[in-house]
Design a protein around this ligand. Structure first.
Ligand SMILES: [Zn+2]
Length: 508
């Protein structure tokens, strides 16, 4: 029988709080940390039977937290046909028709992670092309951004949905706006429970491989389907803690599940790559284009007010400075009417704030969920769309931390990989000084600061007596390797609530 107590010794244990002092050992019992300290002191403390585990000098950090991921879609990127590597339309059609051979006619072909920008000649497939290549199966292709999808004629017939005619060049295969969200919601409802179970199992296994023990799951609403949110809410969480941010604008659904939080990707604006993120100044590569605000001022304010009055933490997707202005004003109006200490309402992304906007967010007590890998991986796209000057000030992590904002790190998977070690690497190696953090600060972004974003800092985010025994043992020392090698660091072991949920296989 597995012993209740475990004594991990001979490690370099970075506790993060109350200080970043390094200890050599951790004693756990059941799902909790009993104490962190020197081996002998912990042996004296252990009045119960325990197993000893040699950490072999390795670095130990608190379990890592991703504050923004679309967990089921991340799972589907493994269990469904993943189009992430497709380079041409011909290749896309070949892959789809090969996939179709595996299924009897009439069965659905569902694919994810398509992005026309990755093609040598960027475009979507046409309806005629899809119908010709896959005549006997309904096909549904989800775009990586979630803002659009592609279907064939059989898919349209099967869904029996009424489509608004799209005025675009793709001959009817391409769905955006309401067509896209209606179709997505329909697909989510059709998704079998066993498919959801499989997706969550795979995503969980991938998450613990990268040291994650907690994920803030942004699920539900127009882009992901309420069925996903409800599923996460009732799913078993044996490998890690899935904290649901129900991304609906209907507060009744949040209250019905008795959730203390909602939103996550309630869209205030769009994306930089789609030129729909809302800016005060026009896009550099398209004059007269300022992006768009997706909601009216009153709508935003009313959503905040409803959540706030029900003591529900709310969060919005906000990228450009004009969108930031709108959300800050809405929060300000509601908070002036109903002041509340420590509400921690959130803003996701907060991509391009001015110094004045950062100060205002701080004064309003708002929390920021940031994604360091955005600038690191998509910086060139920002440069093209917005110019060097705005790129230099994009996602200014250094300023947020220096100005004392509560800010946590995340991936927005699938937008960037669900990999906190890549996130830490990106924060340390960001292209401009206003975006860079020290290693320990970057680790804090994915541990204690991330815990604070969901009011969980009393139970996780640092290695302290009484907190959950959630931690990660690293194969290479993240705090010592050359800065440019941080993202290559491997996880040796992930411990969640006192149990080993991942162990790296020793190489022969
Ligand atoms: Zn998102």
């Amino acid at each position: 029988m597995e012993r209740d107590g475990k004594l991990y010794f001979n490690g370099k244990v970075t506790c993060i709080r109350p200080t970043d002092i390094v200890h050599s050992a951790i004693l756990t019992r059941g799902d909790r940390i009993v104490a962190v300290g020197k081996l002998q002191a912990l042996q004296a403390l252990a009045t119960f039977p325990y197993e000893q585990i040699d950490l072999k000098g390795k670095r130990v950090l608190p379990g890592l937290i991703d504050t923004h991921a679309h967990f089921l879609d991340t799972g589907f990127s493994y269990t469904k046909l993943n189009l992430g590597a497709v380079k041409t339309i011909q290749e896309l059609l070949t892959i789809l028709s090969k996939e179709a051979e595996k299924y009897v006619p009439g069965e659905w072909i569902t694919a994810v992670n398509f992005d026309e920008n990755r093609l040598a000649n960027p475009r979507f497939p046409t309806l005629a092309e899809l119908d010709r290549a896959i005549p006997d199966h309904p096909v549904y292709i989800n775009h990586r951004s979630y803002h659009s999808s592609v279907v064939n004629s059989l898919a349209i017939e099967s869904s029996q949905l009424i489509f608004k005619a799209e005025e675009d060049a793709y001959g009817g295969a391409y769905l955006s706006k309401a067509n896209n969200t209606n179709f997505k919601a329909w697909i989510a409802k059709q998704t079998k429970e066993s498919d959801l179970e499989q997706a969550i199992a795979v995503a969980s296994r991938e998450a613990v491989k990268r040291g994650l023990t907690t994920i803030h799951c942004i699920e539900g609403g127009e882009y992901w389907g309420d069925a996903y949110a409800e599923f996460i809410h009732r799913a078993d969480q044996d490998l890690l803690d899935l904290i649901l941010y129900y991304n609906t604008d209907q507060i009744g659904k949040v209250i019905a599940l008795d959730l203390p939080r909602m939103g996550g990707d309630l869209f205030i604006d769009g994306s930089v790559s789609g030129r729909s993120a809302a800016f005060m100044d026009e896009y550099d590569d398209q004059s007269d284009c300022f992006g768009e605000l997706y909601m009216a001022d009153g709508e935003v304010e009313s959503l905040i007010e409803q959540a706030h009055q029900h003591h529900i933490q709310i969060s919005f997707h906000v990228i450009g400075d004009r969108a930031i202005e709108q959300i800050l004003l809405a929060y300000e109006r509601v908070l002036n009417r109903y002041p509340k200490y420590d509400h921690r309402h959130r803003i996701e992304h907060f991509g391009f704030p001015s110094d004045a906007q950062i100060r205002k967010a701080k004064n309003l007590g708002l929390s920021i969920a940031t994604q360091p890998a955005f600038v690191y991986l998509k910086g060139e796209n920002y440069r093209t769309r917005l110019g060097e000057e705005r790129l230099r000030e994009a996602y200014p992590l250094r300023k947020l931390v220096d100005m004392g904002l509560r800010v946590g790190g995340g991936s927005d998977s699938l937008v960037t990989p669900m990999d906190p070690l890549l996130g830490i690497h990106a924060a340390v190696n960001a292209p401009y000084p206003t975006q860079r953090l020290t290693r320990v600060e970057a680790v804090e972004l994915y541990t204690i600061r991330a815990a604070e974003l969901a009011f969980k800092e009393s139970e996780k985010g640092s290695l302290e007596a009484g907190k959950f025994a959630d931690f990660v043992v690293l194969e290479q020392d993240l705090l010592e390797v050359p800065e440019l090698e941080i993202k290559e660091v491997e996880v040796a072991m992930t411990i969640y609530h006192g149990h080993c949920v991942y162990q790296r296989k020793e190489e022969e």
